[in-house]
Design a protein around this ligand. Structure first.
Ligand SMILES: [Zn+2]
Length: 301
């Protein structure tokens, strides 16, 4: 017997077409029995290792290398998985950003909503309301609102993607005072709990289309401090409500919307910049010194 085409295909896919020993891509990748068939080695995925012809002939027949081949195979699979996850994540975010509506699109949509869906209003207030909330000056967006939006996005199933910023900033749900600490020319907006939890953010930049890039650090009270770059935008839309005479009418509403986030890992330390339409997450010099592993360059228009 030999490996079924299904098992061969699985192994090739998991190894990304590469030899698990020398990690080189090989067009004539061979699927090797770690425990040979002659010794009763089964035709299972677990007993299969992807090897290039060179490594196959060098190490394949050596019984002392069996454990090593298995170990290197598993290591290579893990590496491929991580690479794949990272690529999909970056691609997802970059696709989202590429498809973002421009400021003009948003205004057009807002106007359409206003005139066709909920009727016109007295108007005139929106631009003022719109610019009232900020990541850089008063009135600061409450750090817990930022955390809420980041938290949900990491669930991978999007549930809460936007909040009504005016009511949320005054809501009991996001209570707790926060402090503004100036550092390196930026304002770090920090909320701290009595149990040692904290969440802090600082604005990086705003893109021409209005994407707010915000550097965030979240600590649940333990030693981990998980960084991320949150991408948000402030938009306005219309909603139904009652006026002071109890009549149903429409009013403008400013919403803070999340577009996605980029994970920086535990205790990231590095430089994050926005230049020439690219958000660049610099190498990590933090506690875990992951260097270029966290490096990202994303177009944000
Ligand atoms: Zn090889």
């Amino acid at each position: 017997m030999s490996f079924s085409p299904h098992v061969k295909e699985r192994v090739r896919k998991r190894a990304n077409g590469c030899c698990c020993f020398c990690e080189q891509r090989s067009l004539s990748l061979e699927i090797h029995h770690i425990v040979p068939q002659a010794e009763g080695g089964p035709d299972t995925e677990d007993n299969a290792a992807p090897l290039c012809p060179n490594c196959h002939s060098d190490y394949g027949g050596n019984p002392e290398k069996r454990a090593r081949i298995r170990e290197m195979r598993d290591h290579w699979y893990t590496k491929c998985e991580a690479k794949f996850a990272e690529n999909t994540e970056s691609k997802k975010i970059s696709d989202t950003i590429q498809n973002l509506p421009s400021k003009e699109d948003i205004e057009r949509i807002a106007v359409r909503n206003a005139s066709y869906v909920l009727g016109a209003s007295e108007g005139g207030k929106s631009s003022l309301e719109h610019s009232r909330y900020s990541f850089v000056r008063k009135e600061f967006v409450h750090p817990l609102i930022v955390r809420e939006l980041l938290g949900w996005i990491s669930d991978s199933t999007e549930t809460v993607t936007s909040v009504n910023i005016a009511s949320s900033n005054e809501s009991n749900r996001f209570y707790g005072e926060f402090k503004i600490n100036p550092r390196d020319g930026r304002s770090w907006v920090k909320w701290t709990s009595s149990e040692g939890e904290f969440f802090v953010y600082a604005h990086i930049a705003t893109s021409p289309s209005g994407v707010e890039m915000v550097e965030c650090y979240d600590c649940g009270g333990g030693s981990g401090v998980f960084g991320s770059v949150g991408l948000f935008c402030l938009e306005f839309d219309r909603a139904l409500g009652e006026d002071h005479e109890g009549k149903v009418s429409t009013h403008e509403r400013v919403i803070l919307k999340t577009l996605g986030s980029i994970g920086l890992g535990d205790r990231y330390k590095g430089e994050i910049t926005y230049e020439d339409g690219f958000l660049v997450v610099g190498p990590d010099n933090g506690l875990f010194n992951r260097g270029l592993e966290v490096y990202r360059k994303l177009p944000i228009r």
